[in-house]
Write a protein that binds this ligand. Structure first.
Ligand code: AMP
Ligand code: ZN
Ligand code: FE
Ligand code: FE
Length: 272
């Protein structure tokens, strides 16, 4: 049975604008039948989202988006695991420690390029959630170091030099997938276009991830062109993988072109 669902959403538990409660309310108002909250490397918002879902009558699937070390922006989405699964709690707890160390490396990286920003402002921007590059971009924008968030990424935070300071700091895609699967969840490859590989190399990568236990590909995503959607659907069919879709909603203030979206999806396989 198909449901109108959005399976890729960020809250204030990572770098989103809205609390988990507010997201459930927005999704309900938008007429969605199901959502998954998928904060970066964090399970902290899941209980609040689940409770809000119960109160408001919306199916809320536990989720997470894990950053892997294999490629910048190779993210694995985890779904439908018990939110108290010890393996995932341990992994995300360690990743939070990693992000706390990473913020000093990012600060030093920016300083080397002549950009001085204060750590307390970055911490404040994250409001207690896991700290990510968008929080740095926000502070840089506020101080006029850049004139748009995009510029912060293009010039500093999404560059090959930035990639260098990240190497070896995150778990492998293999470990992320296996941890999700051991917890009893399902794993999907997030926004495949962001890995920036040609068709053949992407197929090779997805085959390898499928061997680790990957269940699905996020074929539907706001930035995917119709041609890319077809390519990913074809790849999923060829490798016997399921299809997921998500907007990567972070709130209209943070990402105005990623609004909550009703993708028609079959979700039955997630609960088998
Ligand atoms: P992090 O988890 O710290 O690696 O940050 C990942 C987040 O940064 C993504 O979810 C996006 O919100 C944002 N991001 C990554 N690359 C870009 C980019 N090129 N332009 C704008 N935002 C980006
Ligand atoms: Zn994000
Ligand atoms: Fe992502
Ligand atoms: Fe995301």
């Amino acid at each position: 049975m198909s449901v109108f669902a959005d399976l890729h959403i960020h809250s204030t538990s990572s770098d989103g604008q809205y609390t988990p409660f507010e997201i459930v309310r927005l999704a309900k108002a938008r007429g969605l039948g199901a959502i998954a909250l998928t904060d970066h490397d964090s399970l902290e918002g899941l209980n609040e989202a689940a409770q809000a879902g119960k109160v408001m009558g919306l199916q809320v699937i536990p989720g997470v988006e894990l950053s892997t070390d294999d490629y910048l922006n190779l993210h694995i989405l985890g779904y439908a695991f018990p939110p108290d699964a010890p393996g995932l709690i341990e992994m995300t707890t360690q990743m939070k420690v990693g992000r706390d160390e990473r913020k000093y490396r990012i600060l030093e990286f920016l300083r080397r390029q002549g950009v001085e920003i204060s750590l307390s402002e970055v911490d404040e921007a994250a409001k207690g959630g896991v700290i990510g590059r968008p929080h740095f971009a926000q502070v840089m924008l506020r101080h006029g170091v850049v004139s748009t968030r995009e510029e912060a990424f293009d010039r500093y935070l999404d560059t090959p030099e930035f990639q260098e300071i990240e190497k070896g700091t995150k778990p492998s895609a293999e470990l992320c997938i296996k941890t999700i699967k051991t917890a009893g969840g399902k794993a999907s490859l997030a926004h495949p276009y962001q890995i920036v590989l040609g068709k053949d190399r992407l197929e090779g990568l997805v085959k390898q991830l499928a061997a680790y236990g990957l269940d699905a590909i996020e074929c539907y995503y706001p930035r995917h062109t119709p041609k890319q959607v077809d390519e990913y659907l074809e790849l999923a069919a060829k490798l016997g993988l399921h299809v997921t879709g998500g907007s990567d909603f972070h709130g209209e203030k943070h990402k105005p072109d990623h609004l909550l979206t009703a993708w028609k999806l079959d979700l039955d396989w997630m609960f088998l």
